[in-house]
Each structure stands twice: as structure tokens, then as C-alpha cells.
Design a protein. Structure first.
Length: 201
């Protein structure tokens, strides 16, 4: 599992480095919202969160095929569901904030672009908030790194404007079961997102 995580991180960093040094003419920025959940033993209700990021441009690999790395801030987690530390079912919110780095491979159909690619995330905030507003810091109980796969479509209705619909399927267990006393549970990120952005020619 550790080796797979390292390979994911390496693949995304390599694609990011290649893109940044060879094609910055289609760079841009975007912002939108997430409907995030956690699948597996902490499955609950979807939580709304914000996301925004930077596209470092599209590198043409072949006719109608592109590689595009993104760097983004993403608010994730879930409503209600199981507590990712105790395993108890609780009301409230689990708030997980990530810095994500993705390398998406895109195919241009001329009407829209379809894409898929690996993503790695670094956890910067983890809080459990109950219905009374009391918060518990989970930063030491959740894995700092996670990885997954993006699947999405991008529409360009006018000029440099673009719209994206995306699903991120988490493949790594965010539950840090290396901690003493934790159960052997599997918890993964699951995030639907929509955003609007602009590119620079």
C-alpha cells in the first residue's frame, strides 16, 4: 500500500513538472463546490464544501489528447455517519480539508473534453463538529496523504470560459489504523464537484 501511494505521488509530480515547464499558455483558475462523502465504514450523508484551484495549462500529447495538472484546495468530509476515530454513528460534520495535486489526461471531442487521471491529496485540516458546535481535532488520527482517480467532463461554452463536472474516487484508506487501539476499518473519500473557470490565452 505504501509503495502504491508513492507511485501515485511520483506520477502526478512528474506530470505536473513536465506540464509546468513546457506549456503554460492555457493556464487558468477555477472555483466551485463539492458534494463530499466518505465511503466504507463511515458512510453518511453528503456534505457541501468549497473548492478552488489553478490549472497549469494543457500539454498536447497527440491530436485531441492533452495532459493537464491542477493544484486545488478542497473542502471534503461528510454529514452524520460514523465517527472515523471511534466508529460510533454520530450527528454532526466531519470536515476534512485537502490540498490536491492532479494530473488529468484529456480527450477533446470538440463538443466537450473527457478526462481521467490520478490525484494525490495532503490533509491540512481535520475536525469533527457535533450538533452543539463542539469541535474535536482529528488531524493526528487521519492519514496525511491520500490518493485516488478523477473522472470528469469539461465544457467550453464561450471563449476562455469553461465548466467542469468531476468525480473523485478515493482509493486509499484515510483512516490511520496504525494508531494503537484502532479497528481495521476502510474509509475512502468520495467527491462530486462542479466548477467554473477561466483560461488565459
Amino acid at each position: 500500500m505504501i509503495m502504491i501511494k508513492k507511485l501515485y505521488i511520483l506520477a502526478v509530480i512528474l506530470s505536473f513538472t513536465c506540464q509546468y515547464t513546457t506549456a503554460q499558455d492555457r493556464a487558468g483558475f477555477y472555483a466551485g463546490g463539492n458534494l463530499a462523502n466518505l465511503s466504507g465504514d463511515a458512510d453518511g450523508n453528503s456534505k457541501f464544501g468549497l473548492m478552488f484551484g489553478i490549472s497549469f495549462g494543457e500539454l498536447e500529447l497527440a491530436d485531441r489528447f492533452y495532459l493537464e495538472p491542477d493544484l486545488q484546495y478542497s473542502q471534503q468530509g461528510l454529514l452524520d455517519g460514523g465517527n472515523i476515530v471511534s466508529g460510533d454513528v454520530l450527528n454532526g460534520k466531519t470536515k476534512l480539508d485537502y490540498i490536491n495535486l492532479a494530473g488529468n489526461f484529456k480527450y477533446d471531442t470538440y463538443l466537450f473534453k473527457l478526462y481521467a487521471g490520478p490525484q494525490v491529496g495532503y490533509l491540512i485540516n481535520a475536525i469533527r463538529e457535533n450538533d452543539e458546535g463542539d469541535e474535536t481535532d482529528l488531524i493526528d488520527d487521519v492519514s496525511k496523504f491520500e490518493y485516488g482517480v478523477n473522472l470528469g467532463a469539461e465544457f467550453c461554452p464561450a471563449g476562455t470560459l469553461f465548466l467542469r463536472l468531476e468525480y473523485n474516487l478515493g482509493l486509499s484508506n484515510i483512516y490511520d489504523d496504525s494508531k494503537e487501539g484502532f479497528n481495521d476499518e476502510e474509509i475512502n473519500n468520495s467527491v462530486f464537484s462542479f466548477c467554473i473557470g477561466l483560461r488565459f490565452d
